[in-house]
Write a protein that binds this ligand. Sequence first.
Ligand code: URA
Length: 247
Amino acid sequence: MKQRLQKILAQAGIASRRGSEQLIKAGRIRVNGMLVGEMGTKVDPMIDIITFDGQRIDIEEKKTVLVNKPPGYVTTLSDPQGRLVVADLVADIPLRLFPVGRLDFDTEGALLMTNDGELAERILHPRYEVKKTYQAEVRGIPSRPQLLRLEQGVIIDGSQTWPAAIRILQQRQDRSLIEIVIHEGKKRQVRKMFQAIGHRVLHLKRTAYGDLRLGDLASGKYRVLGHTDIKKIFSGKIPFTIRNIPA
Ligand code: URA
């Protein structure tokens, strides 16, 4: 899509829009090898080659998608063992999207993929406490004290987890389906948290980042996110009020 050159330069972090205008006026910016005469010139960053003092500026349109990762996919761009990788799920997008954080090989559900490094950093930075919601099917029926321990934090890999929000979704004789909301992202965290209270996770699905829900997105499919969706990732704190642990 064609956009004003100074806007593209500003988005690429070269200078502010005004600063970019100065660079254009000073003849330091070329498009397809040509000096730019007019200030309002529009160019297509996907097609046109823009240079600053002779150096090519790499400008990619920013795109973020929500993928419903099926189990059996590795959260990487390529795999030396030839297993299926999440990059395969967005192969029709002509951009290098990388996963934001990871889901285990056997975990399914919401996975963000983007080419926006700044956004990825914000989502992963502990300061923003982006909450992630999981549905864990676990063996057996955890007791009230066990679930309260999970809520308050358990020790995994030598350190205490932050408080979590727990909601029981279903209980059968030998299995429970439990929703857990956390804002950390330690390796295999949810599985290890349940292991710490003695209940093995049989099946794990991430259903939301913040208030951005997977909804009815089919397994293996993605949807492109807009500004409103991206804001939802950061909205909401851990909802401690959802707890319905029976007395
Ligand atoms: N916690 C896990 O145990 N596995 C995941 O894939 C994500 C969170």
